[in-house]
Design a protein around this ligand. Structure first.
Ligand code: NAD
Ligand code: UDX
Length: 460
């Protein structure tokens, strides 16, 4: 039997809720962890042999804890009654309608959970914002929760999640830090200690950072904005490299060796994707506008502008190099996921690159180790000639060009001589992630266009 105060619920069984709670259950056997979602299909997936998301290492963690102290259910209301600590990890996408459309966070799913918690609670609870939310959301959440007429007390805690997809399990097992923000009153501080105790099961004390709620909420948005800003900064420099024959890989390494700058998140590419970076920066710019800070808003918005520029710049370079037309030509994309080691395609650069190439009447063949199911949904209804082919050799047969869109390791190991022999000539390869051996490809006969580097071309 688990104690009531050690019964945790997470509302939202997505990319964050599932892995995060699986690791908590795995690390803290004395806690009962319930993950609830209104999406029955997702819950069935979590209870099956084929988990609903692909994430290295996730399956073994889930299998170790599931049925012991980790449970997945679609009965959200019963789970609310049972738990004393409730994480809310529902989606908070960019608003597509009304005031703030295209920038502000859509808080409808988050507010619906707050109202369900009020309605179905029979005792006091700690409610934790796990979703990424605009700063000061906890204020609204606290108001909704405290408006109950049952005399119940709810403490609202901010505990944003910093895991990245593809490395989620490592990130959760050994986090750089766990951030917990609480209200400064006595009840808030008691709640804070309970959450610190939970993480202390496996996270060293010095890695648990506590703040007030507002700093915690804002830090999450800023962390993502700063990471994305580094990528846009290096991507903007990749454009200068292509004009000057400087090499972006060398420039990146040279500046990264400065310990004040650091080497991480300086890989130039086709642009950042994923469900978080763009959404969170746009949310930050919206907040800046709301607080009448237009200069700050403009600064952060330019990070997204450069990202859009990088995606279209990549396609325009392809077209230019392929004699100014891709119409009727087969172009093969290696990679559709927004990054390696995930099947997630949310805001993937591949989506925008595919659309642009299809508008130019290219015939697309798309190959990806994990993301073709999501790619099919993303491209459904889009006009143009495209096919999704798992086998890279099949996908590249008869193609005029290959474009590397995702940095999957296995792309490095393909037999490019075999691929070259099966392609139309002249054969082009555009390495949007700089992961291949460019010299070797050139020697095979390819015209090679790495990103932010001099071309290795038999034509120029
Ligand atoms: P997701 O879309 O994968 O999962 C959200 C889940 O919430 C869905 O399964 C949905 O059915 C469920 N849901 C929505 N409304 C509900 C309700 N009323 N009751 C029960 N379930 C409900 O989203 P995600 O990627 O897990 O992201 C969740 C939050 O975490 C977002 O705020 C995101 O910004 C943040 N975040 C995401 C990542 C990431 O890598 N994906 C990392 C850090 C933070
Ligand atoms: C990000 C944050 O890293 C994580 O802390 C937060 O919790 C959620 O958002 P995620 O989007 O899963 O995680 O992946 P991340 O590794 O940050 O990559 C985001 C995008 O940036 C990918 O498209 C990736 O390919 C790209 N990227 C990353 C680069 O183009 N260059 C880099 O140097 C690093």
């Amino acid at each position: 039997m688990f104690k009531k105060e050690k019964t945790i619920l997470c509302i939202g069984a997505g990319y964050v809720g599932g892995p995060t709670m699986a690791v908590i259950a795995d690390k803290c056997p004395e806690y009962k962890v319930i993950v609830a979602d209104i999406n029955q299909e997702r819950i069935d997936g979590w209870n099956s042999e084929t988990l609903p998301i692909y994430e290295p290492g996730l399956e073994s963690v889930v299998k170790r804890a599931r049925g012991k102290n980790l449970f997945f259910t679609s009965d959200v209301f019963a789970a609310i009654k049972e738990a004393s600590i409730i994480f809310v990890s529902v989606n908070t996408p960019t608003k597509t309608f009304g005031e703030g459309a295209g920038k502000a966070a859509n808080l409808q799913y988050w507010e619906a959970t707050a109202r369900s918690i009020v309605e179905h609670s029979e005792d006091d609870k700690i409610v934790i914002e796990k979703s990424t939310l605009p700063v000061r959301t906890a204020e609204a959440m606290h108001r909704i929760l405290q408006s109950n007429d049952k005399g119940l007390n709810f403490d609202v805690i901010s505990n944003p999640e910093f895991m990245a997809e593809g490395t989620a399990i490592d990130d959760l097992n050994t986090p750089d830090r766990v951030l917990i923000g609480a209200m400064e009153d006595e009840s808030g501080q008691i709640a804070l200690q309970r959450i610190v105790d939970l993480y202390s099961c496996w996270v060293p004390k010095e890695r648990i950072k506590t703040t007030n709620v507002w700093s915690s909420e804002l830090s999450k948005l800023v962390a993502n904005a700063m990471l994305a800003q580094r990528i846009s900064s290096i991507n903007s420099i990749s454009a200068i490299c292509e004009k000057t024959d400087a090499n972006i890989v060398d420039v990146s390494e040279a500046i990264g060796l400065d310990s004040r700058i650091g080497a991480k998140f300086l890989k130039a590419g086709v642009g950042f994707g994923g469900s978080c970076f763009q959404k969170d920066i746009l949310n930050l710019t919206y907040l800046c506008e709301y607080y009448n800070l237009p200069e700050v808003a403009k600064y952060w918005e330019s990070v997204v502008d450069i990202n859009n520029y990088q995606e279209s710049r990549f396609v325009k370079r392809m077209i230019r190099k392929m004699f100014n037309t891709v119409a009727g030509k087969k172009v093969t994309l290696f990679g559709f996921a927004f990054k390696a080691d995930t099947g997630d395609t949310r805001e993937a650069p591949a989506k925008y690159i595919s659309k642009m190439l299809l508008e130019e009447h290219a015939q697309l063949a798309i190959s990806d180790p994990e993301a073709l199911e999501n790619a099919a949904k993303d491209l459904d209804g889009i006009e143009g000639d495209y096919e999704l082919i798992k086998c890279p050799y099949e996908a590249a047969k008869g193609a005029h060009a290959i474009a590397i869109i995702t940095e999957w390791n296995e792309f490095k190991d393909y037999d490019y001589k075999k691929i070259f022999d099966s392609m139309e000539k002249p054969a082009f390869i555009f390495d949007g992630r700089n992961i291949l051996d460019h010299k070797k490809l050139y020697e095979i006969g390819f015209n090679v266009y790495p990103l932010g580097q001099q071309a290795l071309s038999h034509l120029e």
